[in-house]
Ligand binder design. Structure first.
Ligand SMILES: [Ca+2]
Ligand SMILES: [Ca+2]
Ligand SMILES: [Ca+2]
Length: 453
């Protein structure tokens, strides 16, 4: 492995960054970052009064700054308050940057929130739309859980905006020219799954229209209607949702890990067939907070990992937050059959992101400043922390890593990588490349989605 820095971006003062790929038009690629010195979650036990604001910065592929925009003090820094996505909705070949702005200085205002579109080349505001305020009666953690994602219907983009994740949920679909196509309300009183923190987008039934995975329910991007419901009797949310391919049989499955609403007779870790039926389930109880699917067994067999967490109240005076996450246990399975499996790495499994860095079809693992192969052998090292990974640079082989180190963002690639048949198969789906434009919304940048399929 010849793992090298191939891109560099200078963002002085940056500590927390979310980032997405951007098409600048005319075949030029850029990168947008939402950068801040702190990161705020709307959860009541985790939220702090921020001491800084949020800045959106856009760079070209050479690392030159195109523009930057400091948002007002009413915009709280954090992925749920201010999600961002790059989509070309006006069809001119250049992505617009969509984000949730707040025109007032009042950080919890809903009346003054807007969906705003920026020209990715100039930063100029191209459009602004009232952001729905129907979550007003919910608690802060639920009220300010905003999300942007996108898919395609017969080749045309559909931008999806949403409010609410855990109880009442509101979604809107926008077509080319920002024409509102549909609105959907899923009140808490309606049975069935709530949303996830991450949202894969695939044409699961092959009808030319993408579906978004709104938790364990799959919605058409064109109409908002339910195409599949994996778990009509489950009323909770899933922390992890990962579509994956079994290369031996060329079949698609969906792996899910659930947080809340333990339901008698239902398991916490599940794999579903592509027609929505249950393939297997395991473990009766617990909050499965982290998980991923990786290719590690000889013959390109897949491993599914789930990490069982528990939130515990902090009892010490002066704690940084009201509660802290504790890791209890890891569960490992053969992803297709559900058989228990054995696997270990020199770093905690919940902290690593699988990625096929060298393109050979097997996963490598990014974590703790190191890259390991599937046998746990060290292949390369990097300073700083992971921002995102996956096929960030389409023209390079394998998958790449973006890191953040002291105000510098780097992209790393294996210069010896070669795309094998499995990498080509994965890239025959739109989602691995589309995902890189959706990694600044929700937890789409996390380790579960980074190497999906
Ligand atoms: Ca455009
Ligand atoms: Ca479809
Ligand atoms: Ca590999």
């Amino acid at each position: 492995m010849n793992f090298q820095k191939v891109r560099e971006f200078d963002i002085p003062g940056n500590r927390y960054s979310y980032s997405a790929n951007v098409d600048l038009g005319g075949g030029r690629r850029g990168f947008v970052f939402s950068s801040s010195a702190s990161w705020q979650d709307p959860g009541e036990e985790l939220f702090h009064l921020p001491k800084d604001g949020l800045e959106i910065l856009c760079y070209d592929d050479s690392g030159a700054l195109l523009w930057s925009k400091k948002l007002g003090v009413g915009v709280l820094p954090g992925i749920w308050f201010c999600p961002l996505a790059a989509v070309d909705m006006d069809g001119d070949g250049r992505d617009e940057i969509y984000f949730v702005n707040n025109l007032s200085d009042a950080p919890f205002s809903l009346f003054q929130r807007r969906l705003e579109a920026l020209d990715s080349l100039t930063g100029e505001t191209l459009g602004s739309w009232q952001w729905p305020d129907r979550t007003r009666e919910l608690s802060m953690s639920k009220c300010y859980r905003f999300y942007l994602t996108a898919g395609y219907a017969h080749g045309s983009p559909v931008l999806i905006t949403s409010q609410g994740c855990y109880t009442d949920m509101y979604l809107q679909g926008w077509g080319r020219g920002m024409v509102k196509l549909w609105e959907k309300t899923i009140p808490e009183s309606d049975p069935g799954p709530r949303a996830s923190h991450l949202t894969p987008v695939l044409d699961l039934n092959g009808d030319g229209v993408d579906e978004i995975f709104w938790g364990e329910r799959v919605l058409s991007v064109l109409t908002g209607e339910e195409v599949f419901n994996f778990a009509p009797d489950f009323h909770g949310h899933s922390d992890i949702l990962v579509p994956f391919l079994d290369y031996a049989e060329d079949k698609m499955y969906v792996y899910t890990c659930r947080e809340d609403h333990e339901t008698p007779g239902q398991k916490r870790i599940n794999v579903f067939n592509a027609d929505g039926s249950l393939k297997w389930g395991a473990v009766d109880t617990g909050h499965m907070h982290t998980g991923w699917v990786a290719t590690v067994f000889d013959g390109f067999g897949k491993l599914a990992m789930a990490e069982h967490h528990e939130w515990r109240p902090n009892t010490e005076v002066g704690s940084d937050s009201g509660m802290t996450m504790h890791t209890l246990e890891h569960y490992l399975f053969r992803a297709v059959t559900g058989e228990r499996a054995a696997f270990s790495l020199p770093v905690p499994l919940g902290d690593v992101a699988p990625a096929d860095i060298d393109g050979d079809g097997y996963s490598e693992f990014i974590g703790g400043g190191k890259i390991f192969d599937r046998f746990g052998d060290l292949l390369a090292q990097y300073p700083g922390s992971r921002v995102r990974s996956g096929r960030i640079l389409e023209e390079y082989a394998g998958e790449q890593l973006m890191t953040n180190e002291n105000g510098k963002i780097y992209i790393w690639a294996d210069l010896d990588a070669r795309d094998g048949e499995i990498m080509k198969k994965r890239l025959s789906y739109r989602f691995p490349l589309l995902l890189q434009k959706l990694t600044a919304s929700g937890y789409n940048s996390n380790n579960a989605l980074a190497s999906c399929l």
